[in-house]
Design a binder for this molecule. Structure first.
Ligand code: HEC
Length: 107
């Protein structure tokens, strides 16, 4: 029963992420140590608005960003290395997809 409730909550979260009015995912909190989430300005890593612009016009951008968040590494910014899952071991595939969709929509 508990897992059903969790599944519904996750599905509702994905629906919110898919809408144009989506707010910043709550999970982004842990990312802010290294990222400006509302501007292009570099912190340790690139501002997420700059990432959204990098993938502008790329239909698969949200998925590519989600995959990069899960894997970590270097994505051509030359700012160093991002830890896998942003260093958050609890980050799930669904979290990464929500973040990817959110970041791809920033401009
Ligand atoms: C310890 C610092 C650190 C944390 C924490 C961190 N990042 Fe990063 N991130 C980086 C760095 C550094 C880069 C740039 C790597 C490079 O130079 O290519 C980066 C790059 C990125 C990119 C660009 C990917 C691309 O395709 O260009 C995204 C998106 C991103 N981070 C999302 C996240 C998310 C989401 C979280 C939280 C779950 C997170 N980051 C947490 C350091 C961090």
């Amino acid at each position: 029963m508990k897992s059903i409730v969790v599944s519904i909550a996750v599905a509702a979260g994905l629906m919110v992420a898919g809408s144009a009015m989506a707010g910043e995912p709550a999970i982004a909190k842990g990312c802010k140590a290294c990222h400006n989430t509302a501007s292009e300005a570099k912190l340790v890593g690139p501002g997420w608005v700059a990432v959204g612009k990098k993938y502008a016009g790329d239909k698969d951008g949200a998925n590519k960003i989600a995959a990069n968040i899960m894997a970590g590494g270097k994505f051509g910014w030359n700012f160093g290395q991002m830890p896998a899952k942003g260093g958050n071991g609890k980050l799930t595939e669904a979290d990464a997809k929500e973040l990817g969709a959110y970041i791809a929509g920033l401009k």
